[in-house]
Design a protein around this ligand. Structure first.
Ligand SMILES: [Mg+2]
Length: 200
């Protein structure tokens, strides 16, 4: 593993499925299906999601139960292992720790994860989001670069674009049509092997 090469990898849509659409399907609350692949305003999106969860009487434990069968994307654990041969890996996600914890464990041992968290009330409803200390994912890249690191970034959605633009090497992974048309200057890939080949 090289000391100064760091890979900042998004989780949902890159290594694991989009969890909110899965929750929407399982709970039959269709409006929960919108993601950062369609909506650029992440904090506004979260306010909407928390209001929907409360309106439909879904507590954090109910959310986790709906996501119990979620699996990492096919090939993702092998991709993670491949990347770790040349890079220190940092998962940089706008997901929430309780929702992604079990999936991150499927991806490999001892992975570093930077994501957000929830605060619940006494009844177990999600009261508010506790956001990671950054304005956007690009802050993580710049912090690493300031420490002398060379940063590779992979992401799929609007909330990744600034991170991808700041990185030394970047890939847009299977973007939605809306994201692809907003980021025509980025290299778009459709499978993990394309990324690993570029590192060889
Ligand atoms: Mg994503």
């Amino acid at each position: 593993m090289s000391g100064n090469r760091v890979a900042c990898i998004d989780l949902e849509g890159v290594l694991i499925p989009e969890l909110w659409p899965m929750l929407a399907d399982s709970s039959a609350v269709a409006e929960l299906a919108l993601t950062t692949r369609e909506v650029p305003d992440f904090r506004g999106l979260m306010e909407r999601r928390l209001a929907l969860l409360r309106a439909h009487r879904l507590r954090l434990c109910d959310v986790l139960e709906h996501l119990r069968r979620a699996q990492a994307l096919p090939g993702a654990p092998a991709f993670v292992a491949g990347l770790r041969r040349s890079h220190r890996l940092l998962l940089v996600s706008d997901a929430f720790a309780p929702m992604v914890g079990p999936l991150v464990r499927q991806l490999g041992p001892g992975l570093d994860l930077e994501c957000h968290d929830f605060e619940t009330d006494d009844s177990g409803f999600i009261e508010r989001c506790v956001f990671a200390p950054r304005r956007g994912k690009e802050d993580v890249v710049r912090r690493l670069q300031a420490q002398g690191c060379e940063v590779l970034a992979v992401g799929d959605a609007f909330n990744d674009l600034a991170m991808l633009a700041a990185a030394d090497q970047a890939f847009l992974f299977r973007p939605s049509p809306q994201v692809a048309s907003a980021a025509q200057d980025l290299s778009t890939v459709t499978d993990y092997a394309q990324i690993l080949r570029s590192l060889a």
